[in-house]
Design a protein around this ligand. Structure first.
Ligand code: ADP
Ligand code: MG
Length: 346
């Protein structure tokens, strides 16, 4: 009797030990961090993922980014976009990724009355934002180039794009957000449940941190160094467009930013200095962060009320923060930051 009890107890202890060993093995596995940094799409990207398969999955992600860049680059002569831009009005066949990116851009262009317009490229080029030979084009030159813009003139059929002769497109306002979204889908398929993909400041998150807590993201100070506050988020995209990201200054100190208002052909001057969009889709976030930066707070708020499906945090040149109710409880201003904060309710 005593012997059998001892055996049972031993078996019980053994099974506890095995259970604990099992726990620590899976926990260790999920905490295993892999990260990779690379320069692509004219920006620095840093991908961090957790789990035993993370390292291999990130290596493949880097190849995937290279493939996407090869489709969308405006300067690489073999890219799909380069071919569209030099097609002399002939249809050009494109990949499903490019078709989706363009179709979505056109939908947002339509909804924002052209605040997002992929045909703005000739002006981006004229202002020197492609070759970094910055200049201020004369009004007449801007007027002339504006006649070569207008998203309505793009014809998108299944698998092909036709652009009138002389027009050119640029998917720079949406490509990085879509890249983050595609990478997250890929990594989730590889079994990754926790990752932070920083695509040049466009963040795409998979799950929460490996310990189960939320990711804590700094919101860049548009007026200086560091961050103004922290946003908690998980399993979504967080994308910021800001006038401080890329700009040049003239002799009098005036700043010219890389986001242009397609209505004027000049740098956007809507009173917003930073627009952060939070939603599941990185593509939606990237498209809207650029569009709302151009539209300004009033039209941006109207857009949010009409279409919804995302949260946003706007910073105005008057030191105001406007944020939607869905993230109000998840954003905390850093000590010492003085902003008037307004929460929007639907
Ligand atoms: P970033 O990619 O620098 O984070 P955005 O997503 O706002 O910022 O994209 C800005 C880029 O999009 C510019 O560098 C330019 O190539 C292009 N662009 C600028 N203004 C517009 C616009 N109104 N519509 C579409 N694309 C734009
Ligand atoms: Mg954008």
């Amino acid at each position: 009797m005593a012997g059998r009890q001892f055996t049972r107890l031993r078996a019980f202890i053994l099974s506890i030990c095995l259970f604990l060993a099992g726990c620590s093995a899976t926990q260790e596995d999920s905490l295993q961090e892999a990260s990779t940094g690379l320069f692509a799409m004219e920006t620095y990207m840093e991908l961090t993922a957790y789990g035993g398969s993370a390292e291999t999955a990130l290596e493949q992600s880097a190849d995937y980014i290279t493939e996407l860049e090869a489709m969308w680059s405006v300067t690489d002569e073999s890219s799909e976009i380069y071919r569209v831009n030099h097609s002399n009005g002939q249809p050009v066949s494109v990949s499903p990724e490019t078709e989706k990116l363009l179709r979505f851009s056109l939908e947002i262009a339509e909804r924002t009355n052209g605040a997002l317009d992929p045909t703005i490229y000739p002006l981006i080029n004229a202002w020197g934002f492609i070759d970094q030979e910055y200049r201020i084009p004369a009004d007449e030159e801007i007027e002339n180039l504006l006649t070569l813009t207008g998203y309505e003139q793009i014809t998108l059929a299944e698998g092909s794009v036709t652009l009138p002769q002389g027009m050119q497109i640029d998917l720079g306002a949406v490509g990085k957000g879509y890249t983050g979204e595609l990478l997250a889908d890929y990594l989730k398929n590889q079994g990754i449940t926790s990752a932070l993909l920083d695509i040049g400041g466009n963040i795409q998150l998979i799950g929460g941190r490996p310990d189960g807590s939320s990711w804590k993201l700094g919101i860049q100070n548009p007026f200086g160094d560091g961050s103004i506050g922290v946003l908690e988020a998980e399993d979504c995209a967080v994308v910021t467009s800001g006038g401080y990201e890329r700009y040049f200054t003239d002799d009098s100190g005036n700043k010219y930013c890389h986001i242009l208002d397609p209505a004027t052909g000049k740098p956007a001057d809507s009173g917003l200095v930073s627009v952060t969009i939070i939603a599941d889709s990185g593509l939606l976030c990237d498209a809207l962060s650029t569009a709302i930066f151009v539209m300004g707070s009033e039209k941006g708020i109207e857009y949010w009320r009409t279409y919804g499906g995302f949260d946003m945090l706007l910073i105005t040149s008057e030191n105001e923060i406007i944020l939607t109710e869905g993230i109000a409880g998840r954003f905390a201003l850093n000590n010492g930051q003085s902003y008037a904060v307004q929460v929007l309710e639907a």
